[in-house]
Design a protein around this ligand. Structure first.
Ligand code: ATP
Ligand code: MG
Length: 332
């Protein structure tokens, strides 16, 4: 097996919509692209997590490929990073079972994501409850030092670390205990219409969510109709001015300029000025991603080949960890 001397990183995104959104792009994908330069990087499409809430099979199949295309279009290079689909690496659910048996009911039911998502479902699946054990398996199989995620995944990462430590204590040193990499400034992008809730794939918010695959016209419309706050001043004050602060965060991440610098530039200007400029910036940043995604989707055999070779590499590494775990828990 070829092993890299670089530190390892792993992260995934669920195949729960046709397009990823700006929160996924800024909170996750942009970090993935940076870390592939300095890490042995594994990035996967979480199609098994996706079925914790109801999915239509043909949509799920399509969304899996579309998510892979958006990974590559956003700058993840299949020559540098291993890109794969979760269900093509059976060690994920296999390790998950062992970790489910390491997790208490109390821990799982305390997870904020479980509470939020189960409140929105008529039918709450057992998988929605055990989601964090599968996520811990996704991570621990690869023994990464670092896991880049958005703020909403902090609690799951903390549980992953606890499960790793618990397993190591009970069965002997097995897993690397990974660090969460959560960028303070960009880790939570909010819904443009409702700046108190995070931008989300699974929440219908036609005007509040900026999709990577939106065309210029709808991007512009959504940004111009973003909810702003009382007063006129353009200032970064997440508590009292959540709407404008969210726009400033997005502006800053898409331009790599500091929020202070942007605030200084807009001193004395109106919210409308900021929105017009941000719409232009977003169109410029996202149009190439959309076009490249559509190009990649023209050649599905090529995309599938990238995913197949990613799965082969992921399987090699995941199998080694799984075998060690099975041995340690006493499976013959
Ligand atoms: P779903 O609604 O189906 O859960 P999601 O939008 O929350 O979708 P996930 O696939 O669950 O997206 O998460 C993928 C990655 O994107 C995770 O690292 C998560 O922390 C990050 N992420 C999701 N939403 C945001 C957001 N609004 N701001 C920043 N990062 C985010
Ligand atoms: Mg989510």
């Amino acid at each position: 097996m070829m092993t890299s001397s670089l530190p390892r990183t792993v992260s995934g995104i669920q195949a729960t919509s046709d397009s990823l959104h700006l929160g996924n792009y800024i909170g996750a994908l942009q970090q993935f692209v940076v870390h592939q330069e300095s890490h042995d990087a594994f990035y996967f499409i979480a199609n098994m997590h996706a079925i914790t809430v109801e999915q239509d099979p043909s949509d799920l199949r399509e969304r899996t490929l579309r998510t892979a295309a958006q990974f590559i279009a956003a700058g993840i290079d299949p020559e540098k990073s291993t890109i794969f689909v979760q269900s093509q690496v059976p060690a994920h659910p296999q390790l998950s079972w062992v970790l489910e048996c390491t997790t208490s009911m109390g821990e799982a039911s305390r997870m904020t994501q479980f509470k939020d998502k189960s409140a929105k479902q008529d039918h709450v699946s057992l998988g929605l409850l055990t989601y964090p054990a599968l996520m811990a398996a996704d991570i621990l199989l690869y023994n990464p030092q670092m896991v880049p995620v958005g703020e909403d995944q902090r609690q799951h990462l903390e549980l992953t670390r606890n499960l790793a430590e618990r397993f190591n204590y009970r069965f002997g040193e097995t897993f690397v205990v990974p660090e969460a990499q959560i960028l303070k400034s960009t880790a939570k992008i909010y819904d443009l219409q409702n700046p108190s809730s995070k931008m989300s794939k699974s929440l219908p918010s036609p005007l509040g969510r900026i999709d990577l695959l939106d065309d210029a016209k709808s991007l512009t419309k959504k940004i111009k109709s973003a909810v702003t706050d009382d007063g006129k001043e353009i200032a970064y004050e997440p508590e009292s001015k959540p709407g404008v602060s969210n726009l400033l965060t997005i502006y800053s991440s898409l331009t790599s300029r500091s929020v202070d610098d942007i605030v200084a530039e807009y001193e004395g200007k109106m919210y409308g000025h900021l929105k017009v400029d941000l719409a232009e910036i977003a169109v410029e940043a996202l149009t190439p991603v959309r076009e490249r995604t559509n190009e990649l989707l023209q050649d599905r055999a090529q995309l599938q080949a990238i995913l197949d070779s990613g799965a082969a590499k992921a399987n090699e590494i995941a199998e080694v960890t799984l075998r060690e775990v099975y041995d340690k828990v006493g499976f013959v």
